[in-house]
Design a protein around this ligand. Structure first.
Ligand SMILES: Cc1cc2nc3c(=O)[nH]c(=O)nc-3n(C[C@H](O)[C@H](O)[C@H](O)COP(=O)(O)OP(=O)(O)OC[C@H]3O[C@@H](n4cnc5c(N)ncnc54)[C@H](O)[C@@H]3O)c2cc1C
Length: 467
């Protein structure tokens, strides 16, 4: 049988190689380190953790990344098995001894009888006779390969920095303060003239907000990242630093908007949020890309009227990060529409995080193996954590509801990516649930549904294999 070629032996590539080999398909795994290093990796090991040693929360009942861990374990993930074997104490989080972890992944993958390991950079598009390829070269894809992918996908389709504005759960916005309206009631392509959530600010509130931005603690760029500011994408704190009124004439301009709760009062500034996913559960704060420290972001963005109790699905940031405009470029099986022999996995697809990258590698490995074995498999449903992530990458995201800049940004798994569920109002004893309890009950219900739907998906896939 002809092999699947996996390019990149990071979190995603190692997992993809393992899953395809476990399915009975030969794999050639290509890794360029240590001969050709990246700016962040320090070793030549497979699945090196470039920064923190944590896979974040392991709570599968109330945390979406915990649900993802549970699903990966159920699907025989080599990354999760190695992480579990090399845990270090970290409360409710799954943290690992990084050397033990990556040595374990490397030992398992390289000793698999169906995996052949080759050191070396793939410095351009893979040879034409590689008919089933998984590109898992990560946020620091080597320039030669990135250039080739960029040329294949077209201008603007491959980004080299993310510029992430914070994303808020829609149901945590106080709509007694905020209102829905598009600037000048302009209709978007979908015919909606009230597409944005608007949060009004008085002069005092605006000045206090600018003051807070200027005083806040910021994170620094790493040496290798440079300072990737370009017009239209300045961090808000940099804009604020250029003049007290700059934000009010930029992303916080109040023009063309009338406060539905107080039509006679002209807001001094307005913060707008734009729908971020097709489900309508997540909204991003328009133009609010930032390098503020996370704690500062939560504190300062909750000063915005209407966002006082905002729950953040992700906070803002700007990093060196190579990733595709996946919703436009990839099909539902992670294949490049323009060249379906190339399948993408890991952070380059627009997921974010160790567990997420490995999870997308896991599903890419299974999809590639099924294709090689001419077996039918459907991707897991969007009600599972892996399915929700896949849906975000390949289609759940709204590219843009008007002629704004491209808005697809890398994202960690979170419950906002799951289709909404009927919210439980009573506990098991029939007592009425209060605010925070209701939130927890909702997360539990999403977790239970994910577990049931993943089990059904595994059973269906198993039945097909036996048939
Ligand atoms: C500086 C930095 C810090 C991060 N910190 C964290 C963190 O603390 N926690 C977290 O959850 N996430 C973090 N991330 C995000 C992300 O989770 C990790 O980058 C993760 O490693 C991504 O997994 P991956 O498999 O997609 O890519 P990687 O793990 O980077 O694997 C890609 C592999 O491909 C190889 N490669 C690249 N180009 C080629 C080529 N042309 N030919 C052959 N091999 C190639 C690379 O050497 C690398 O081994 C960080 C990212 C960066 C850039």
């Amino acid at each position: 049988m002809r092999p699947i070629h996996v390019i990149g032996g990071g979190l995603a590539g190692s997992e993809a190689a393992w899953q395809a080999a476990e399915a009975g398909v030969p794999v050639v795994l290509h890794e360029m380190r240590p001969g050709r290093p990246t700016p962040a990796h320090r070793t030549g090991r497979l699945a090196e953790l470039v920064c923190s040693n944590s896979f974040r929360s392991d709570d599968a009942l109330t945390n979406a990344v915990g649900v993802l861990h549970r699903e990966m374990r159920a699907l025989g993930s080599v990354v999760m098995k190695s992480a579990d074997a090399h845990q270090v104490p970290a409360g409710g989080a799954l943290a690992v001894d990084r050397d033990g972890f990556s040595a374990a992944v490397e030992a398992a993958v390289r000793s698999h009888p169906l995996v052949r390991f080759e050191r070396g950079e793939i410095a351009g598009l893979p040879p034409a006779d590689w008919d089933n390829v998984i590109v898992a070269t990560g946020p620091l894809t080597s320039p030669a390969l990135a250039d080739a992918i960029g040329a294949l996908t077209g201008e603007g389709a491959l980004a080299f920095f993310d510029a992430i504005a914070p994303i808020v759960h829609r149901d945590s916005i106080d709509m007694d303060v905020a209102w829905m309206q598009s600037r000048y009631d302009k209709e978007g392509p979908g015919g909606d003239a009230a597409a944005y959530v608007n949060c009004p600010m008085s002069r005092d509130q605006y000045e206090a907000f600018v003051e807070a931005l200027l005083d806040a603690e910021k994170t620094e760029f790493r040496e290798f990242e440079g300072t990737p500011y370009f017009d239209g994408c300045l961090p808000i704190e940099v804009m604020a630093d250029r003049g007290r009124e700059t934000l009010r004439h930029g992303p916080m301009k109040p023009f063309g908007l009338t406060n539905a709760h107080a039509p006679g009062v002209k807001p001094y500034a307005v913060v707008q949020l734009r729908q971020d996913n097709a489900l309508g559960t997540l909204f991003n704060i328009v133009g609010f890309q930032t390098k503020l420290k996370y704690g500062e972001q939560t504190r300062i963005f909750r000063m915005i009227p209407g966002l006082n109790r905002a729950e953040f699905a992700r906070l803002g940031g700007i990093h060196r990060n190579t990733y595709l405009s996946s919703p436009r470029l990839l099909d539902s099986r992670l294949r490049l529409k323009a060249a379906p022999r190339l399948r993408f996995a890991g952070q380059i697809t627009g997921c974010e995080g160790y567990a997420e990258s490995a999870a997308v590698g896991l599903i890419a490995g299974r999809l590639a193996a099924a294709e090689r074995l001419a077996r039918q498999i459907e991707p897991p449903p969007a009600t599972t954590a892996i399915g929700a992530l896949l849906n975000h990458i390949t289609g759940g995201h709204i590219e843009s509801i008007d002629a704004g800049p491209r808005s697809f940004q890398p994202m960690n798994v979170n419950f906002g990516l799951f289709p909404p569920i009927f919210e439980p109002r009573l506990d098991e004893a029939g007592r009425r649930l209060k605010g925070p309890e209701r939130g927890l009950a909702r997360k539990r219900a999403l977790s239970v549904r994910a577990e049931r739907d993943l089990a059904a998906w595994i059973a269906k896939a198993g039945a097909r294999e036996r048939a």
